[in-house]
Design a protein around this ligand. Structure first.
Ligand SMILES: [Cu+2]
Length: 264
């Protein structure tokens, strides 16, 4: 018995250390291009490390069992059946429960820090949208600083996104936004449920017919990133993509002025 735990402690420590090392040194995610990204990646890293510990632990256990419990010559049956082991059952109930509880609370904290718990239906917004109820969305903006007027109205349809800039009275096939500014977009679907997903920003929001949704985000890096529909919406769902171009405010201003409708 003493012999067994003698080996067990270094093996478990090695698994945990390797998992932490991989978790902190190998990045599976695309670049971080919004203020949400580092917050989200914190959670991903923790989940990745937990997954690695389980994966390595299970793999080593399976390989060990293959050799340790292989059929011996002359052996016919499976041995004596195991009939309940209270100690083991308590352990395998308590450990996963603690992990799930911690991950659940931590996810809630991450969602809150991303603005998921901020109220969307503030008075200012209700007045502007003529009492239209906004159903869901991540709201990074505090309700007092008045950036709740959506910069862009996104229409999703099978199988495209269109971006309407109400201030310039024009529609674009590409979403242009200034860098380091909180952007508010209002999204509506013309047909079925779509989803607006920018992997580099770590945000995803459903677009629902008849129920406008608001999404707020703050891009932090100049560049061009894909917008992907993340809700199976029909046969060409896989091709439902657009781009978001994050620009310096002066470049954005230039693009906006080039496109806006001039009054005749
Ligand atoms: Cu779609």
């Amino acid at each position: 018995m003493l012999n067994k735990s003698y080996y067990l402690i270094p093996i478990i420590s090695a698994i945990i250390s390797i998992s932490f090392w991989i978790g902190f040194n190998i990045n599976l995610l695309p670049e971080e291009a919004s203020i949400n990204a580092p917050i989200y990646d914190e959670l991903f890293r923790i989940l990745f490390i937990i997954g690695l510990i389980l994966f390595l632990g299970m793999t080593i256990l399976v390989i060990y069992s293959l050799f340790k419990f292989r059929k011996k010559t002359g052996e016919i049956g499976d041995g004596i059946a195991l009939e309940g082991d209270l100690k083991l059952e308590i352990i395998w109930t308590i450990i996963p429960s603690i992990i799930v509880l911690i991950v659940g609370l931590y996810s809630y904290n991450i969602y809150d820090r991303m603005g998921g718990m901020n109220e969307l239906n503030n008075h200012h917004q209700i007045k502007n949208l003529k009492s239209e109820k906004i159903w869901a969305g991540i709201n990074q903006v505090s309700n007092t600083n008045g950036t709740n007027n959506p910069l862009v109205e996104v229409s999703a349809m099978q199988f495209a996104f269109l971006f309407n800039y109400p201030k310039g009275d024009f529609i674009s096939g590409e979403l242009h936004v200034p860098v380091d500014k909180t952007i508010s977009i209002k999204m509506e679907s013309k047909d079925v449920i779509h989803a607006f997903w920018i992997p580099e920003f770590r945000i995803k929001q459903d677009i629902i017919p008849g129920q406008p949704t608001i999404l707020n985000f703050t891009p932090t890096k100049v560049g061009k990133y894909p917008i992907i529909c993340a809700e199976l919406c029909g046969p060409y769902h896989g091709g439902m993509r657009a781009s978001i171009v994050v620009e310096d405010p002066s470049d954005y201003e230039e693009w906006f002025n080039e496109n806006k409708k001039t009054e005749v």
